[in-house]
Design a binder for this molecule. Structure first.
Ligand SMILES: Cc1ncc(COP(=O)(O)O)c(C=O)c1O
Length: 371
């Protein structure tokens, strides 16, 4: 795999920030369970995104699960969820024995379509929670979505797994709703190898999330449990990596933006190429540079041509309502997300890519238009 170009792979800081915090954990023997790195990572991330409180967890999926639990989602409850997302957004709805209803995207944002959301509320007036996703680092249209959700008095959970560093009208994604979640898995804009964070202005709920995440241990000398618990806490070593990575988030956003602009400049003029949408209110982190192909060249042609040269690329997420496991659940919308899936491709957006790497990708892709 030596010279493979990845879609988005871990990129530790040149300054060695991560090792400094990890070393501190080792030197004090606080590698587990919790410790200073966990406490500080929570504080630093909460401050950075502008939220009152945060809980460091083992994954973004765990954070969505506990956000749903904090929202009171339980057996038989309906939860609205974007159809165009990774399955990790929807799986925790099933963990809680609740029922997902999938909502279509719009072309303007690629994210949850406010019109389809309105329609879904007409069909299902009793909804327990709405999950909004900010896909590929593009923010959903939060003013419109929050207005609809407020009207229906429903809890909003923002899956900002892919959008750390993305702002909507100057406010960080993940801080509009009642709960926001972030992921630090290996392909995210910053990584802890694996991990997640839940943020909220409701400090009591965040404390409850930490309690559930440590097996719901009651305050007693012996092991006493009055509630179902989970082993979802982040370790102190992992949190050390996160603290170091947080210091280079701005650098990573800058490089992702550079990659996006490079591709757009070089490929944007090709027949049938449309890059991911830009809106004046959106300040994306450009996690994955993605485009839609409406001409003769298909996403599969690009993916195969790049793979031959040991370069990774991917289709856009396959909609949840088209997944064998989820297709039995209802869907509200038209065919926007399906079209995005059919026509979309994510280009390699690894922050370690050199200009030479970017030029190679561009040459291979352009070559398909010369055939
Ligand atoms: C949109 C989205 N939601 C949720 C997740 C889950 O995060 P994690 O892998 O940390 O569980 C991911 C990433 O994997 C994601 O891309």
């Amino acid at each position: 795999m030596g010279d493979r170009i990845f879609l988005s792979s871990p990129h530790m800081s040149d300054e060695g920030y991560e090792m400094k915090y990890v070393k501190e954990a080792f030197d004090t023997n606080w590698i587990a369970p919790l410790g200073e790195n966990v406490n500080q990572f929570e504080k630093e991330l909460a401050a950075m995104v502008g939220s009152k409180s945060a809980a460091a967890l083992s994954s973004g999926t765990a954070a969505i699960h506990l956000a749903l639990k904090a929202a009171g989602v339980g057996e038989g409850d309906i939860v609205f969820c974007p159809t165009l997302t990774f399955s990790a957004t929807a799986n925790p709805i099933i963990y809680q024995n609740a029922i997902p209803v999938f909502i279509d995207s719009d072309y303007e944002t690629w994210n949850m379509c406010p019109k389809a959301l309105e329609e879904a509320f007409e069909k299902y007036p009793n909804v327990k929670a709405v999950i909004v996703v900010h896909l590929y680092g593009l923010s959903a249209d939060m003013d419109k979505i929050m207005e609809i959700c407020k009207k229906h008095n429903v809890v909003v959970i923002e899956d900002a797994a892919e959008s750390l560093g993305t702002y909507y009208k100057g406010k960080h994604t993940g801080t509009f709703g009642d709960y926001g979640i972030f992921s630090f898995n290996g392909n995210k804009i910053i990584t802890t190898s694996g991990g997640g964070m839940l943020v909220s202005n409701n400090e009591e709920k965040v404390a409850k999330v930490r309690f559930w995440a440590t097996q719901s241990r009651d305050q007693a000398r012996h092991y006493q449990h009055s509630e179902l618990g989970f082993n979802y806490r982040m370790s102190n070593v992992v949190a050390g990596i996160g603290r170091g990575q947080l210091k280079v988030l701005d650098q990573r956003v800058e490089k992702k933006n550079y990659i996006y602009e490079f591709y757009k400049r070089q490929l944007g003029g090709l027949d049938g190429v449309e890059f991911m949408p830009s809106n004046e209110w959106n300040e994306p982190n450009y996690w994955l540079s993605s485009m839609i192909l409406t001409g003769n060249v298909r996403p599969i042609d690009i993916m195969e041509a790049l793979e031959k040269e040991n370069i990774e690329s991917r289709p856009i997420w396959k909609p949840m309502h088209k997944q064998p496991f989820f297709e039995k659940y209802d869907f509200v919308g038209t065919d926007v997300s399906e079209k995005l899936f059919d026509k979309g491709v994510c280009l390699p957006s690894d922050t370690k890519m050199t200009d030479g790497d970017l030029e190679r990708v561009v040459e291979i892709v352009k070559g398909l238009w010369l055939k």
